[in-house]
Design a protein around this ligand. Sequence first.
Ligand SMILES: [Zn+2]
Length: 319
Amino acid sequence: MLNKENIYYCGLELNRASEQRKDAHWLDRQWRHNQCRIYLLHENRNLMRWNRDSNEMPVAVSHQRVETEAILPIFESMVFLGLDKDVPLFAADLSARDESDLLNLPGDQDLIDLREAGWLLSNQEAALLAYARGLLYWNKHNRYCSNCGSIAESRQGGHLRLCSSQQCGRMHFPRTDPAVIMLVEDLSDPGTPRCLLGRNSRFPERLVSTLAGFVDPLESLEETVVREVFEEAGVHVDRVSYQASQPWPFPSSIMLGFRARAISTEIKVDGVEIAEAHWFTPDQLKTFGEWGDGGEGYCLPRRDSIARYLIESWMNEVG
Ligand SMILES: [Zn+2]
């Protein structure tokens, strides 16, 4: 059973050293620390060790600075993640290099998309790799000042980019895009509670999940929930209540989880963004398979998603 404490990508136990990292000299000392470790990425894929033919779970791979020095000089971007006890952790995007340069480093490793393997890693490793990926992604896509177009230089270990123009000098901070995700329940028949799940047209054929959408400018989170459920499924809701949240750096969101009560039950999907949506009882949900299990019939979203938490916590309460 998923609970709030073990939602994937949450609960990263790392000292981000938010104050110390403002000091360039301190940051330089961390980089030269003899235990310093670095996590390398290539085109949004993280280094992991994973023998898919065995039953072993994947593990995150990091390297000592000295192991990587030969390939680091052309790194596109380097960020400071924080201190794991006293060990400084950095991450670098080496997409400009051939991927074999990373794969040939000491150790046994592959470049793997966290979306594929994240839910098989330990929660701490999944969170750390997701943090590295999200922060590097933001740096890579914010090399120029959005105000004046000048080069924006990395500061504070990649937690700030400063416009290099003296006339402008604007500071840019890592951005997170809020999105809501909601379990809509129909309690009109008290003996048979149901919840609304839909299949986005981009999803695999069998996968149904809670509805979700981005927050529009000048919209409260509750208003986004009401609007999105109506736009995607034609269902009116009220009693929107917050449940939990999950960082989702794919590429740069935070998912804000809600529950809402249906005040109409007729479903009307647009057939474009949402291919299908249905009401399901807890007993029906219990028969659903797992994503990738090769079975037939519907399957639930993966265990590393807050969608799964919203569904399981609802089943636990009503079922
Ligand atoms: Zn500027």
